[in-house]
Write a protein that binds this ligand. Structure first.
Ligand code: SAM
Length: 347
């Protein structure tokens, strides 16, 4: 997408602001927290009381939400001024299956997720705005989708898969490396948002890849039972209320043949009260109301209940080697997401 210099400068400004927040303000707050005896604190409630009294806290909290709002304004204006032309108009190896009668859940439409006005589903431009905005949300370190490649390269065992289903596929970032890594497999991306699926189809066709994008709720995909060997998601379950996560796990169990694999890249608690507080409050300030409860949820127990075995979280380091062997993250001073990989096998 070509963006005029003036609008690009505005986007660059917001990105610089966000990097400053992540690289300078977050470590400063952490230092103040450590100096105030924070590390002795084990629970998030006490960590909150300590953190809220720190000199940099007000600025940190305000800038987190304020820069996010600026981000969508800058990106939204850029897309409105230079609307993206769909390049291939549906021509190519990928397939788009839209369901105009699909009812979107209330919890999905009730607020603007990530503070993006209208969310990712309300109009066609929403997907283009999301595509550009997501690069800034990832602080410019995922422009070439390293994160999604690392997910496929390090979190997905090499096997001969017949059918891979990616829940909450967005505009296809995981589907592309998945199809490249497993060209013999049928790859199906499921999402509620028609605009994202249109963009996904266009971008996948442009790469000459064959993926089916299906508009459906991942709790009820309409796909045949027992036909998948791998069900994945990236950045999905923290956007759902707990009953919907349970239903998603049940649907994954229904789709998978025995021995089939589940791999969800998301968040769980780190045990570092400061970091877990920062994530809880990130959920509040970023309009992700289910994030705190999903991080605390016993997802392994929910998965066992749904029919999985060997269910566990391990850490995922998107700035290093991807999947890590245990639930322990490398220490880094700057703000970054505590990504975690949820793994389970269909019993
Ligand atoms: C944060 S985005 C992540 C997109 C993509 N997986 C990625 O890594 O970039 C979450 C996606 O999940 C979709 N989503 C949320 N709830 C869903 C549901 N119940 N069924 C299918 N898709 C859902 C949203 O529309 C959105 O595209």
């Amino acid at each position: 997408m070509a963006i005029a210099l003036e609008r690009q400068s505005r986007i660059d400004f917001v990105l610089t602001l966000r990097r400053r927040w992540a690289d300078a303000l977050y470590p400063a707050l952490r230092r103040q927290y450590d100096d105030a005896g924070g590390p002795a604190v084990a629970d998030v409630g006490t960590a909150a009381a300590t953190t809220h009294a720190l000199p940099s806290y007000g600025w940190f909290a305000w800038l987190e939400r304020g820069s996010q709002k600026q981000l969508w304004r800058a990106v939204g204006d850029a897309v409105a001024a230079e609307p993206v032309q769909r390049r291939l108009d549906g021509n190519g190896p990928s397939r788009l299956e839209l369901d105009p009668g699909l009812e979107l859940p209330d919890w999905y439409t009730a607020w603007d997720i990530h503070v993006q006005p209208g969310g990712v589903w309300a109009n066609d431009a929403a997907a283009d705005v999301y595509e550009l905005g997501a690069k800034l949300v990832m602080l410019g370190v995922n422009d070439d989708y390293t994160f999604h490649r690392a997910f496929v390269e390090t979190a997905i065992p090499r096997r001969a898969y017949r059918r891979i289903v990616d829940f909450g596929c967005g505009f296809g970032k995981s589907a592309w490396p998945m199809k490249r890594a497993f060209p013999e497999a049928e790859v199906i991306g499921i999402d509620l948002a028609a605009p994202c699926l249109r963009l996904a189809t266009d971008k996948t066709n442009a790469q000459g890849l064959a993926v089916t994008y299906r508009q459906a709720d991942c709790r009820k995909t309409g796909l045949e039972a027992g036909t998948a060997d791998l069900v994945t998601s990236t950045m999905l379950i923290h956007e759902m209320p707990l009953p919907a996560i349970a239903e998603t796990l049940q649907e994954a169990a229904r789709l998978l043949a025995p021995g089939g694999l589940l791999r969800f890249l998301d968040f769980t608690c780190t045990g570092d009260a400061f970091r877990d507080l920062a994530m809880e409050e990130h959920g509040e300030r970023n309009n992700e109301p289910f994030l705190p409860a999903s991080m605390k949820a016993d997802v392994p127990a929910m998965a066992r209940q749904a029919g999985f075995r060997d269910a566990a979280w391990v850490a995922f380091d998107e700035r290093g080697g991807g999947r890590l062997p245990t639930l322990a993250w490398p220490k880094r001073p700057e703000w970054h997401f505590p990504w975690a990989l949820f793994e389970a096998t269909r019993a």
